[in-house]
Design a protein around this ligand. Structure first.
Ligand SMILES: NC(=O)c1ccc[n+]([C@@H]2O[C@H](COP(=O)([O-])OP(=O)(O)OC[C@H]3O[C@@H](n4cnc5c(N)ncnc54)[C@H](OP(=O)(O)O)[C@@H]3O)[C@@H](O)[C@H]2O)c1
Length: 254
């Protein structure tokens, strides 16, 4: 049995990714907040809902997906039942030190998933407290593995990893929208233009992954001398595309 406290944007995305990719909904128990968001999600997915944190006592692993303003009160309630469990907080700024301060003697982790977890194609960075065993990490991996990739990183890299993987789906959405606008400007209908841009993003990402991180070689392969693609690449650089992306990450990090 696994538990969730909070089923908003990211909690809901992780729960959806789990269930849609084969994790048994009967093994998930969720304590939601004040609105009907958790109920609406439950209507689609069929997990077990509870009203109080202490009703999560049968869960071996508990994921905390509330915002920073609700974290401490949730941790204080969780303290009563947390001994022997693995606790994973998604809350931004929830350091291992802070989690341990309230959940003394409990194994805690801080993870930052991104929204593609919802379709099983997520990228989640995670930092574990020192007392996590290899077996404990395997258990977390066996759960979050349903939602995509899980990568362990030192805590001081979790924030930037969360920005590069977590804010960038919105950056890519803007790119896809702009590409589709350009298609429409040159005569494609909107639906086809979106399909082409999205299909390209999926395919190019698969190819980039297969290239073992050598994306510049992929670009070189498709830029023939004096051809249209290198002219397009030059126009992107002329208009500060690369710098705009770096500045977007800088801004998100601030
Ligand atoms: N969104 C992302 O892509 C993302 C990615 C990684 C990490 N994070 C981090 O995850 C945290 C949550 O972000 P979010 O975007 O999911 O926010 P959100 O959509 O506002 O969800 C937070 C949820 O927590 C619930 N909640 C509040 N107090 C609660 C309590 N005492 N018990 C149970 N549930 C409670 C709220 O329920 P009600 O609304 O029903 O009251 C709300 O649905 C933030 O710290 C964020 O930085 C977000």
């Amino acid at each position: 049995m696994i538990g969730f406290i909070g089923a908003g944007s990211i909690g809901g995305a992780v729960i959806t990714g789990l269930v849609k990719n084969g994790f048994d909904a009967d093994e998930i128990v969720v304590k939601g907040g004040r609105s009907n968001r958790t109920k609406l999600l439950d209507d689609q997915l069929g997990f077990k809902m509870v009203k109080k944190v202490k009703q999560l006592e049968d869960a071996e692993v508990i994921f905390i997906a509330v915002g920073a303003n609700a974290l401490d009160s949730v941790l204080t309630e969780l303290k009563e039942i947390a001994t022997g469990k693995l606790i994973v907080a998604f809350t931004g700024g929830a350091s291992i030190t802070h989690l341990k301060k309230i959940l003394t003697g409990v194994k805690v982790a801080h993870a930052i998933p991104n929204t593609p977890v919802k379709v099983g194609a997520g990228f989640t960075g995670i930092t574990y407290s020192d007392d996590f065993t290899a077996e404990d990490k395997k258990k977390i991996g066996s759960i979050l593995g349903y939602t995509g990739q899980l990568v362990e990183v030192p805590e001081d890299q979790l924030g930037i990893l969360g920005t590069v993987a977590g804010c960038s789906p919105a950056f890519l959405d803007v790119f896809i929208e702009a590409l589709s606008d350009a298609g429409v400007k040159h005569g494609l209908n909107r639906k086809l233009s979106y399909e082409a841009a999205i299909g390209m993003a999926i395919g190019a990402s698969k190819l980039a992954k297969q290239s073992q991180l050598n994306v510049s070689a992929l670009k070189d392969e498709v830029t023939s001398p004096g051809g249209s693609t290198i002219k397009g690449v030059a126009a992107l650089e002329e208009n500060g595309f690369r710098n705009a992306v770096i500045k977007a990450v800088d801004a998100a990090e601030e």
